[in-house]
Design a protein around this ligand. Structure first.
Ligand code: FPP
Length: 255
């Protein structure tokens, strides 16, 4: 379907201001969306994947460099097996169907989280996607899979402890940057903006270290991820562009 002409105006408007380098997204509300339409939860997740595709197109159009999406948390394993299987299969389907496009678009896939414990088919697909796009650098798509922010910090501390034991790291040299460099997002800028759909006012263990100074944009409760279209995304960024980021300092007008 052709884009609403309004989208092109919005894209130009957004591009004319400070475009965030890194946007992180909690894609919430697939289940509620499905229920509202009388569908199984899996249908909500399927529609959710379609939105992810749209998001990549528009992110590239406005020049965002990093997109991080929360696809599966360390807590999501406690969902019914059928739903976990659906999500694991959707990852494989998404990669099989979209990877050539993703590569052509100049996007590189990274995974945040321990994907070694994923079912073999999903793990292989993920590894393939990472390797196949490794040369790209225009847009980085971070997929948080079996990700939890606290687990990520535990991993970082263990890695640092190992380096201290091996004499590769001096305890006195540890600073905030050292910790950043041991996270899954090592070498990437922190998210400028964290978007959450479906209205919950929390971060749910998503990028707790990296989002310390991120701007938050939370949608109204009845805006579920499968309805979060390009226009919604661009409007969220326009709201971000109006914010004044102080990073703990003073507002410009007070200086
Ligand atoms: C939250 O909705 C969504 C998830 C737990 C999964 C998000 C995953 C996708 C959109 C697909 C990921 C796939 C790829 C290919 C990256 P919810 O189920 O918690 O919704 P609810 O809170 O309304 O029940």
């Amino acid at each position: 379907m052709a884009d609403n002409p309004n989208i092109h105006t919005l894209i130009s408007l957004v591009k004319s201001k400070n475009v965030p380098k890194h946007v992180a997204i909690i894609m919430d509300g697939n289940g509620r969306w499905a229920k509202m339409h009388g569908f199984a939860r899996s249908v909500g997740h399927r529609y959710g994947v379609e939105k992810l595709k749209e998001l990549l197109t528009v992110s590239k159009a406005i020049g965002i460099q990093y997109i991080t999406v929360y696809a599966f948390s360390t807590e999501n394993w406690s969902r019914p097996k059928e739903e976990v299987d659906t999500l694991m299969n959707l990852i494989v389907e998404f990669i099989n169907r979209e990877i050539d496009n993703i590569k052509k678009e100049g996007a590189r896939i990274h995974v945040l989280g321990d994907y070694s414990v994923l079912p073999e088919k999903s793990r292989n697909a993920v590894q393939y996607a990472i390797d196949y796009t490794a040369e790209n650098s225009e847009l980085h798509l971070n997929v948080a899979l079996n990700y939890g922010g606290r687990a990520e910090l535990v991993r970082a501390f263990k890695l640092m402890a190992e380096e201290i034991q091996n004499g590769k790291l001096d305890i006195n040299d540890i600073d905030e940057k050292t910790i950043s460099e041991h996270l899954y997002t090592a070498g990437m800028p922190d998210p400028d903006l964290v978007i959450r759909t479906a209205g919950e006012l929390r971060l749910s263990n998503f990028l707790p270290y990296q989002s310390a100074y991120s701007e938050l944009w939370i949608s109204p409760k009845d805006l579920y991820w499968p309805d979060f279209n390009k226009e919604c995304f661009l409007r969220a960024i326009m709201e971000y562009q109006k914010r004044e980021r102080r990073f703990g300092g003073l507002a410009n007008k007070n200086i």
